[in-house]
Design a protein around this ligand. Structure first.
Ligand code: S3P
Length: 421
C-alpha cells in the first residue's frame, strides 16, 4: 500500500471538547471533529441538555452557557455504543440540579458502570443502575463534595468522570491513577481555563472554575492511524504518509513500541496545538522482531491491541499481551474476538485470562470473519485480510463507523485490488 492519507479527528479529544465546550461561557468552535458515531452521540446528548450546537459534520460551534447552563432533558439521553459518552457525561450529570436517565445500545448496556457510580456516590450523587451496575443509569444530580479518589482500574474515562464532577464540587477534587492514562481531559480543561495541578499520577482540579469558549482543532486519531501503520508494516513494499496525527505522549507509546520491534516510522513534523502534540507520520514496510505488551504499556496501548495482535502473528518472535483484563469489557470481549478471528484465518493464538500469546512467522488464510459489531475488531481484521492469501469476508464490517466511517474508503485509496484467483 502506498500514498498519503488524512484521518478523522481524535475520538477521545472530540468527546472532551464537546462536553467542556458545553460548560464553557461563549462559543467554542471545533474543527476536524470526529466523524464517528460515538462522538455524534456525545453531541446529541449535549443538545438534549439544552446546548445549541451549530455547524456541519466536522466543523462545530458549541454555544456554551457556562457551568450552570444545562437544562433537564425532556427524554432519555442516548450514548449509543459509546462508553466514553456515558461514563464521562455521568460526572457532569451528577452535579446538575435535575435528574436524568442515560442509556445505550445492546453492547453498552452490558458494560460495567460501578466504576463511575462508586466515586460519584462518594461525592454525594445518587445513581441507580440496572442490576446495580449496568446502563441505563438514572442520575439524580446533587450538590457535590470534593473527594480524593484513587482509581482501582486504569481508566481515563473514569478519571474524566470524576474530574468533571469535580468542576461542580466546592474545593479541590483529586484523582490518583494507578498508571498514567491518556491526559486529554487535563489538557483540555486547562485550555478552557480550569485550574488543574498534575503531580506525577495525582491530578487535582479546583471546583467551580470559570470556563471560557475556545477555538480548537482536533488532531487526527492515532488509534485510527494504528490500522494503517499496521497494514503498511504487514504488506511488503508499503510506504505511507499520514498527516496531522495526535501524538500526545500518553498515546504515542504505540510508535515507541513499533519502533522497538524494528518498524521504520518517521515523524518529519511535530508541533503543539492547544496543549496537544500533533505530527506527520511516515511508515514503511519493515520486518519486525515481535514483543511483549505488559504492565503500564498495556493501558497505554489498550485500543491498539487488536491491530497489534494481527501484526504480532507476522513478526519473527510473535506477540504476548498480559495485564489486559480490561479488553474483555470493551465493546466486545476483545481477547476472545481477536483469538477467534485469528484462528479462523489459520493463525495459532492462545487465549490467556488477561491477554493472549501469538506465535510469530505465521501466514493468514482468507476466511469468513466476524466483528460482532465491534469497530476495532472490524478494522483490525480488515488489515489481516489484506495480508491473506485470498478474499476474506467480514460480517459486521460497517461497525467501523463507530469511530471511523471513512475507514473502508481510505483503505481502498491506498490499496491496489488484487486480481481474483
Ligand atoms: C478512552 C479511554 C479508554 C479507551 C476508550 C477511550 C477515553 O477507555 O479504551 O476507547 O477517551 O478516555 P478506558 O478509560 O475505559 O480505559
Amino acid at each position: 500500500m502506498t500514498g498519503s492519507i488524512t484521518l478523522p479527528g481524535d475520538k477521545s479529544i472530540s468527546h472532551r471538547y464537546a462536553m467542556i465546550g458545553a460548560l464553557a461561557e461563549g462559543d467554542t468552535s471545533i474543527a476536524n471533529f470526529s466523524t464517528g458515531a460515538d462522538c455524534r452521540s456525545t453531541v446529541e446528548c449535549v443538545r438534549a441538555l439544552g446546548i445549541e450546537v451549530a455547524g456541519a459534520a466536522t466543523e462545530l460551534v458549541i454555544h456554551g452557557k457556562g457551568l450552570d447552563g444545562l437544562r433537564a432533558p425532556v427524554c432519555d439521553l442516548d450514548a449509543g455504543n459509546s462508553g466514553s459518552t456515558i461514563r464521562m457525561l455521568s460526572g457532569i450529570l451528577a452535579g446538575q440540579p435535575f435528574s436524568s436517565r442515560i442509556l445505550g445500545d445492546e453492547s453498552l448496556s452490558r458494560r460495567p458502570m460501578k466504576r463511575v457510580m462508586t466515586p460519584l456516590g462518594q461525592m454525594g450523587a445518587h445513581i441507580e443502575a440496572r442490576d446495580g451496575q449496568f446502563p441505563p443509569l438514572r442520575i439524580e444530580g446533587r450538590t457535590l463534595r470534593a473527594i480524593d479518589y484513587t482509581l482501582p482500574v486504569p481508566s481515563s474515562q473514569v478519571k474524566t468522570c470524576v474530574l468533571f464532577a469535580g468542576l461542580y464540587a466546592s474545593g479541590a477534587t483529586t484523582v490518583t491513577e494507578p498508571v498514567r492514562c491518556r491526559d486529554h481531559t487535563e489538557i483540555a480543561l486547562r485550555e478552557f481555563g480550569a485550574e488543574i495541578a498534575v503531580e506525577s499520577r495525582r491530578i487535582t482540579i479546583a471546583g467551580r472554575p470559570r470556563l471560557r469558549g475556545r477555538q480548537l482543532v482536533v488532531p487526527s486519531d492515532l488509534s485510527s492511524a494504528a490500522f494503517f501503520l499496521v497494514a503498511a508494516l504487514l504488506v511488503p513494499g508499503s510506504r505511507l504518509g499520514i498527516s496531522g496525527v495526535g501524538l500526545n505522549p500518553t498515546r504515542s507509546a504505540l510508535l515507541d513500541f513499533l519502533a522497538g520491534m524494528g518498524a521504520r516510522i518517521r515523524v518529519p513534523k511535530l508541533e503543539s496545538q492547544a496543549g496537544e502534540l500533533v505530527g506527520d507520520l511516515e511508515v514503511e514496510y519493515s520486518e519486525l522482531r515481535g514483543g511483549t505488551i505488559d504492565g503500564p504499556l498495556t493501558a497505554a496501548l489498550i485500543d491498539e491491541i487488536p491491530a497489534l495482535a494481527v501484526l504480532g502473528a507476522a513478526t519473527r518472535e510473535g506477540l504476548t499481551v498480559r495485564g489486559a483484563g480490561e479488553l474483555r469489557i470493551k465493546e466486545t470481549d476483545r481477547i476472545r474476538m481477536v483469538v477467534d478471528n485469528l484462528r479462523r484465518m489459520g493463525v495459532e493464538a492462545e487465549e490467556l485470562p488477561d491477554g493472549m500469546a501469538i506465535p510469530g512467522r505465521q501466514k493468514f488464510r482468507a476466511a469468513a470473519l466476524d466483528s460482532s459489531g465491534d469497530h476495532r475488531i472490524a478494522m483490525a481484521f480488515a488489515v489481516a485480510a489484506l495480508a491473506a492469501d485470498g478474499e476474506s469476508e467480514i460480517a459486521g464490517a460497517d461497525a467501523a463507523s463507530v469511530s471511523f466511517p471513512e475507514f473502508w474508503d481510505t483503505l481502498a485509496s491506498v490499496t491496489q485490488p488484487r486480481p481474483r484467483e
